[in-house]
Design a protein around this ligand. Sequence first.
Ligand code: AMP
Length: 234
Amino acid sequence: MPDKRIVLLGPPGAGKGTQAQLLCDALNIPHLATGNLLREAVANGTPVGTTVKPYMEAGKLVPDEVVVDVLVEAIDAAKKNRPGGYVLDGFPRTLNQAEALKKVLNARGESIDLVILIDTPDSVIQERLSQRRSCPDPLCGAVYNLTSKPPKVAGVCDLCGKKLEIREDDKPETIKVRQAQYWKDTAPLVEFYARRNRLVKVPGSGDLDEVAAVILKEVREDRGIVTSGEWAKK
Ligand code: AMP
């Protein structure tokens, strides 16, 4: 299969992180999650970490120029260490970021091949986020759901044994800020990629494995591309 550069889009709680990881395992390509990269910077106390910490704790977007630099560095490292493409999770989140990504990739003769919108109703999202528990270790960052994907031992990360937490930005007040931010800044990307014939819309309310199977099928077959104006109907 040729290189696959894939973006996963969807509101907070749509299951992007989990689905990105499953897709990366299936395709054997890296998972580049800006949220994880930024949390790692915060945990390591780097200058980027110090800049972004207050934004992240408030559930606000970090400035475009900071996150674009972090992402480009991660793309370059991925290309060197593990060619074959990548899945972007949590990036782009604004039109500015999408334009910046397009410019960086164009300069290398590359482009995003597929954008998967995980379309999930608000009611499902509220319920999922309230059940979410995360591993606080920035190098692990595993995410669980008390109902659909519980850890083997209650409260403990299966992968690294750390005590699971409710992420600061998964608290109810912060979730509201993040959702409002999604509809204002990130949702316009749906039309941006539909206009470029890169968008596939996948229903995200089924169980984990069902959604993963639909995503993998779309990626393998490049079917169901939604074009501008049509996406709202599918
Ligand atoms: P996530 O784990 O993807 O929900 O991201 C956690 C937090 O990291 C977000 O609430 C933002 O503060 C920040 N963040 C992650 N990705 C981006 C991005 N592409 N643009 C701006 N801020 C981001």
